[in-house]
Design a protein around this ligand. Structure first.
Ligand code: CMP
Length: 143
């Protein structure tokens, strides 16, 4: 079972000043923040992060959107973190997302959907290391 996942508060949500409300939902749901930063992604960084979607029609738009403004990657910890976080954020398209989920509450569209969550334990580990060095992860401060 996984204990870690990577969340990203995406540029649409940061721009709409929703960062605080989204973090509150995450911590109210019992996730612990293990590392967090605000960054403006470069094309290379966003392109690498979404490499698995490279062949998809929406890839260029996705990279464009993810580099359009600052975003907030957050390494999270909770029992069964990947599945629990995906439940909390809801379906990719906010129109399909369940009531009370972060995307239902805060996202405008499938492309600009407020938050990202890792889809497997393996990807969670890769995605956390995309944004955070081992030194930046909280366990290194003894917490
Ligand atoms: P995310 O969870 O960050 O992972 C891949 C992202 O691609 C997804 O959220 C959406 O924002 C985006 N995405 C997936 N499908 C589409 C689509 N059909 N059109 C535009 N963007 C999409």
């Amino acid at each position: 079972m996984s204990y870690k996942t990577l969340a990203i508060i995406k540029p649409d949500a940061v721009k709409n000043n929703l960062t605080g409300q989204i973090i509150a939902k995450i911590t109210e749901a019992g996730f612990k923040i293990k590392a967090m930063k605000m960054v403006r992604l470069t094309k290379d960084s966003a392109g690498g992060f979404y490499e698995v979607h490279k062949a998809r029609t929406f890839y260029n738009d996705l990279v464009e959107f993810m580099t359009s403004g600052p975003c907030v990657p957050i390494a999270l910890e909770k029992e069964n973190a990947v599945a629990e976080f995906r439940n909390l954020i809801g379906a990719t398209d906010p129109a399909d997302a369940a009531d009370g989920t972060i995307r239902k509450l805060f996202a405008a569209s499938k492309a600009e959907n407020a938050v990202h969550g890792s889809d497997s334990d393996e990807n969670a580990a890769l995605e956390i290391s995309h944004f955070f060095s081992r030194k930046e992860l909280l366990e290194n401060f003894g917490a």
